[in-house]
Every structure is written in structure tokens, then in C-alpha cells.
Write a protein that binds this ligand. Sequence first.
Ligand code: E4P
Length: 224
Amino acid sequence: MKLIIDNANIDDIRSMYEFFPMDGVTCNPTILAKEKRNPYDVLKEIRDFIEDGELHVQVVSEDSDTMVEEAYRILKELGNNTYIKIPTNKEGLRAIRILAAAGIHVTATAIYTQMQAFLAAKAGASYVAPYINRIDNLGSDGVRTAREIHDMFRNYGFKTEVLAASFKNSRQVITLCEYGIGATTISPDVLDLLIKNDSVVAALHTFRDDFEGLCGKGKTMLNC
Ligand code: E4P
């Protein structure tokens, strides 16, 4: 499962890359707005840092022709291995088809239903991004939706992968990881929850205290 960071803050991204085995960065217009800077300045900084890692950038236009124009501008500015995020509505499906036919990587986003995912995959999207937590908040089941999309793609032999998005807790991520989903995009706070565990902290404190009891304060295998 690819692990992608859903964030556009370069300090957060650097920090997450320092500690986690990351595969790329996603963002959306809301995430970019939080940076309060020109979007291309922010994105170029991210591209320089992640080098040829996956960078997923969303178009903002609402008609398919302008979505396609936006896609080419994004690619010109941010180069290879940039995935164009296209909202999965009627106009978006047309844009996905045009871009995919030109060999451009597309991430179909704002996926709430299996049928949106099916249509986006058939139109040629590389990824579809079901919004796990937002689906949960509609009284449905985001994890189940993502699993059903994953199964549907395998049944049809589509190459499209699920890029599960919009997580609010680690359980949602772990369940999809166990299921073999292609990728998840996760905010820094939820990423931290994947490894945060008070039992681990307590176990390590005991190891340290016992060793220091044997060899003295501050001693390690380096200097005992
Ligand atoms: C990814 O494609 C989405 O833009 C993102 O994960 C949405 O997350 P949110 O529901 O936390 O805003």
C-alpha cells in the first residue's frame, strides 16, 4: 500500500518524510488555501523536495475543457509524476477520458459511490479517491465502499487503483491496509496515530531503566 501525505505544508511534509516511508503528496484546493501563498510557489517547493515522488494536484474549473487546460498548466509547472485530480462528476468524466487518452495520470477524486469509481476507471483514471470519513459522515460505510471498489476493479481487470482519502482515525487506515488497497493519503495527525502507542512507550522506558540500572545513567550499547 502506498502511503501518501495529504498536506501542502512543506515543514509538515519534510517532517513526515523524515520519519515515515512516504510515497508522495496529495492536496486539494482547501489544503492549498491553508498555506496562504501562491499555489504554484507552494507546489514547486513540494516538488523540489519530493523529487520524482507522486504529487497529486486538483483542478478547480467546473467545465471539462477548462479542466483539461488546467491539467496541462499543472503539468508544465510541476513536471512528470504529477497526477491531475479531477472531480468525478459528468464534466470530470469527460476530462478524465481526454487526459487519460493523452497518457496523463489522472486521480478521480470526490468519490462517494461505487458507480462513480466504476465510471472513472472506465474513463481511464489511474487512481480513484473515495472519501472514507466523509462517506461515514453520511451514515454510510467508507471503508466498505473502498473495499467494494477495490474488488470491483479486480473483478473487471481494471488497472485503476484505489487511493483512499479523508481519514479521521487509524482504524480506517489499518482495515484498508489489511485488505490490500493500492494507496492511502493521510494527514500528518492521522499518520502519527498509526505509530502512537502508550504500551510501546512504557516498554521502551522499562528497557532503558533496566539498562541504566546495570550500566549507569545515559549508558547505551555504544558506551557501556
Ligand atoms: C483527497 O483527495 C481529499 O481531498 C482529502 O483526503 C479530503 O480529506 P478531508 O475529508 O479530511 O477534507
